[in-house]
Ligand binder design. Structure first.
Ligand code: HPA
Length: 276
């Protein structure tokens, strides 16, 4: 893995701008945000050595480098999921690459189903914490390094300052935005109503199939993390409706502008020590 990382990193270093210190990972239906990056270079994942390839519709599969919200950024237009068959080392490979390219802060986005009725489809949710129910951990198998590396602390996995910043920016812009707990499941089937009742009892506000492995690796790598869900649907059994990927995709597409403005606002406010 170390050699592969070196090859990926040296390939990406040959592009300008090379100094992206903030990374943004765009989830399902949120890819258009990358089109707002200015002075950009867009590299298809297929051209990047050792990068996985997105197989999910709505995940374009480009790494876009340029400027957004006045900051040098690296944007993943589409991510990798455990349910695609990749192991978590592969799913989180881009996070390790980012860390080695000098990224200090990562903003992760996703689409999620609402378990808590106070979060409605179209709303934004700032992750305050997560429950990992994927049944796997991306750090499994790491047997070397200091103990703090093998057993990273996840107490403040979601950076308290960035969370506050996102809530403030969202409120200023008049968005419906709240904090919540994200439960990650392996997928790709959606949950049953019984599973959603279980998750509600466990304290989860929203459910999805991504983000958590990336957060764990980002924290191990010492990156500051902000994660935002676009609530795309009522989770199974919360209302009468049934779940449909295409419909979920359409709700997220509509909420894209809010997500874009939120990220832009956060980037404008991000303090120097989080990106220098
Ligand atoms: N469940 C799991 N993942 C999801 C959902 C959901 O309801 N909505 C968007 N991603």
């Amino acid at each position: 893995m170390a050699l592969q990382l070196e090859e990926t990193v040296s390939f990406l270093r040959s592009f300008q701008p090379v100094n992206a210190s903030i990374a943004i990972v765009l989830g399902t239906g949120l890819g258009e945000i990358a089109t707002k990056v200015i002075d950009k270079v867009s590299i298809p994942y297929t051209q990047i050595p050792h990068f996985p390839v997105s197989t999910v519709p709505g995940h374009e599969g480009n790494l876009v480098m340029g400027y957004f919200g006045g900051k040098p950024v690296m944007v993943m237009q589409g991510r990798f999921h455990y349910y695609e068959g990749y192991d978590l080392a592969k799913v989180t490979y881009p996070i390790r690459v980012m860390a080695r390219l000098g990224v200090r802060t990562v903003i992760l986005t996703n689409a999620a189903g609402s378990i808590n009725e106070r979060l409605r489809p179209g709303d934004l949710m700032v992750l305050a914490d997560h429950i990992n129910l994927m049944g796997v951990n991306p750090l499994r198998g790491i047997t070397t390094g200091p103990l703090t590396w093998r057993f990273p602390d996840l107490t403040n996995a979601y950076d308290p300052f960035l969370r506050q910043c996102a809530l403030r920016v969202g409120a200023e812009k008049g968005f419906s935005i709240q904090e919540g707990i994200y439960a990650a499941l392996a997928g790709p089937s959606y949950e049953t109503p019984a599973e959603i009742r279980f998750l509600r009892l466990a304290g989860a506000d929203a459910v999805g199939m991504s983000t958590v492995p990336e957060v764990i690796v980002a924290r191990q790598e010492g990156l500051n993390v902000l994660a935002i869900s676009c609530i795309s649907n009522w989770a199974s059994g919360v209302k009468e409706s049934v779940l449909d990927h295409e419909q979920i995709f359409q709700v997220v597409k509509k909420a894209q502008t809010a997500m874009l403005e939120l990220i832009e606002g956060v980037l404008e406010k991000i303090p120097e020590e989080m990106y220098m």
